[in-house]
Each structure stands twice: as structure tokens, then as C-alpha cells.
Design a protein around this ligand. Sequence first.
Ligand code: GLV
Ligand code: MN
Ligand code: MN
Ligand code: MN
Length: 402
Amino acid sequence: MPTDASYAGFDRMWADLQPVGRVSSGGYRRFAWTREDHTLREWFAGECTARGLDLVEDRMGNQWAWWGDPDATPGVVAGSHLDSVPDGGAYDGPLGVVSALAAVDALRDSGFQPSRPIGVVNFGDEEGARFGVACAGSRVITGELDADRALRLTDADGVTMGEALKRAGRPASIGRDEDAVRRIGSFVELHVEQGRAMADADRYDQDHAAVAIGTDIWPHGRWRLDFAGIANHAGTTRLEDRHDAMLACATAVAEARGLAEKHGCVATIGKLQVEPNGVNAIPSHVTAWLDARGADEAAVLAMVEELSERAAADVSRESWTPTTAFDTSLAGRLHNILGDVPMLGTGAGHDAGILSNAGVSTAMLFVRNPTGVSHSPEEFAEQADCHVGVRALTAVLQDLAG
Ligand code: GLV
Ligand code: MN
Ligand code: MN
Ligand code: MN
């Protein structure tokens, strides 16, 4: 079990990461294959090699650090991601990576000898903030995202992922990596909670309120909507003569809200690209990205279908993740280890979901978020709760690898 030294190690790693990619909002911009991402990858590699773990990269550049040989016996893996959404919080991703390293320290300090290998992973490009497809790291290695398609994805400056990899000095020969997936006997992703279910759950005693076990992830997807207009002068073009792509887009944003209510789902249009993007020019083209999710797969797809019919746009799907049900027997085992902690589903996507849908036995642990705010600089978890998370993850790894 963790000692004061393990918690101090957690605090030290946490402090190390705070300056990387921090922006004036107080949030983070840590996008795939940028300088900030490189700094984070180097940090992860340094932490792992300092511990004498074997560091390997898979065919998508996800970083794996092993204690033991996963080619002899598939291992127990913990970890998450270090990238962020635009102006994201400090916890989404890094909490899982830092907690996994601290749990490994705690196990080693206690003299624990695993009978199965233990791995720590840093998945790349989980948020899809730069190239649009979330969990690109896990999607490519599991074959869920075709490598050729991934290489052709572009960022807001028109840089393809292939070019970004080249600029980052990475091999462009990315692809499915069955060996990397086969090495994962089970995967446990610890993550900050991204809603307020735990803060609102009052039936649990203090010892059992800070960590929850994940049960499932809502089906979710991203769609691209292209609205065409005609550029013209903002002062001289009569209202009846305009072909304004932004007006069509704004109408669709309002429609999405109404359809989400009708179908009992959630829909978000949070990213736009406008051409020519001038204050005094009527927009000739707007690209909007729709994020749609809900408990019921058919309802989400029906909502998007109806929006596609109503919106004056070309609509194309960029990614889709069906309902993810985590391994119930693994969740039950975690429940036995951790006691009567909350069991929660979530509307947030994770690499854990991609691995689970690819057939890996997978579980998640959530650490309480007192306000529930996430994907925002306000995202927060108490230090004491983070330490409870480290303790829970240590107990889980000890049991699964014992
Ligand atoms: C990723 O965090 C997502 O759920 O969008
Ligand atoms: Mn996220
Ligand atoms: Mn995350
Ligand atoms: Mn996520």
C-alpha cells in the first residue's frame, strides 16, 4: 500500500507537469505531435526509465513502460493520456498517468513481486483536439481507425497527421499493432470524474466516496457539417440577396439543441471554421463539428439523421464509438477490492472504451470532481481524493498482478 513517500512522489510528478502547455486562461493546450506533446512524452520516458521500466512504443507511438515481460504473459496495464482539449483542465488524462506511476512506486516500495507484468501507458492523441478523431492512438493500434485515413486527417492549418508525424521526427509507418494489444491482459484507466454524480452521491461514507468504478460509456460520435454560401459585402448586400453560410449554420445549432431534447440525447457544436472569416464579409463557407452522445445508441443516430435532413449542409461522420460495456467480472473484482464504492456510467470517451470494444478486459476508476466541470480550466479534484485514487489503483494492480 502507498506510503507517504508514494504520495510525495505523486505530488512531485503532478507539480512537474503543471507548467507544460499552460495558457493564459489557466487551462492547457497540449495537442498531439506538437512541442508541448513532445515535452510530455520526454517527461514520461524519463520517469519510466528512471524506474528501470522497459519503455517501448507501438506502431502509433503510444508509450508503454513495462515491469516484467509482457511477451511472456499478458500484463496488467494502467495509464491514460497526457494531451488536452483546447484550454482543458490539468486532470483529464494526466491524473491517470501520474497515478499509475505512483502505484508502481508503491508496489515496488512494499516489496511486491508481481506474478504478471505490470504496464503503464501514455496513449497519444486521446482528445483528437488537433486532427478531429478522439482516441486516435488506441483506435489505430486496434484497427478501429485505418492508418491511411489517420495519416490524411488534417489540422486547422491544413497540416496532415502524416506531415505532423514527419515534423515530429516520427515514423510515418503507423498502423494496427496486434502485438501491442495482445500484451494487455487487462487495462485499468483511472480518470478524473467528468460530471457530478460522485459529489452528489451521499450514501457513501467518506472512505468510499472519493473513487468510483466505471460501468459503461455512452455511444458517441463526431460529424462534420459543411455549409456553403457566397461571399459578399457586409454593407452593400441586401438581406434578400444574401447566401450566408453562417445563418444556415446558426439555424442548425438551434435545431441540434431541439432535436437533442426530443431524442433524449446531448448534442454540441463547439468548433467552427469560417471562410473568409472577415468581420465585413458574408461567410462563403462554414464547417461545423457536431459531437452527439446519449444513453441510447438508436436515439443518438436518429437525432443525427434528423439533423442531417433538416440542416442545409453536407454531413459526414468522422468517428463513431458504439456503447461500451466494461467487463462486468473485472468491475465486480474491483468492487470486492475497493468495497462499497459508487458504480458509474459516463458520457465521456476514453481509450479504455476503444480497448474494451476491441475485446480487451477493461475497467475504469473515477476520482471525485467536486464541481463536475471538465474540459475547462476549472476542472479540479482535491489532492486528498487523488491520493485515495492512487491507493485504490495500487490495491487493484496488486490484486490483478498478484
Ligand atoms: C474526450 O474526453 C471526450 O469524451 O470527448
Ligand atoms: Mn477529455
Ligand atoms: Mn481523458
Ligand atoms: Mn476522453
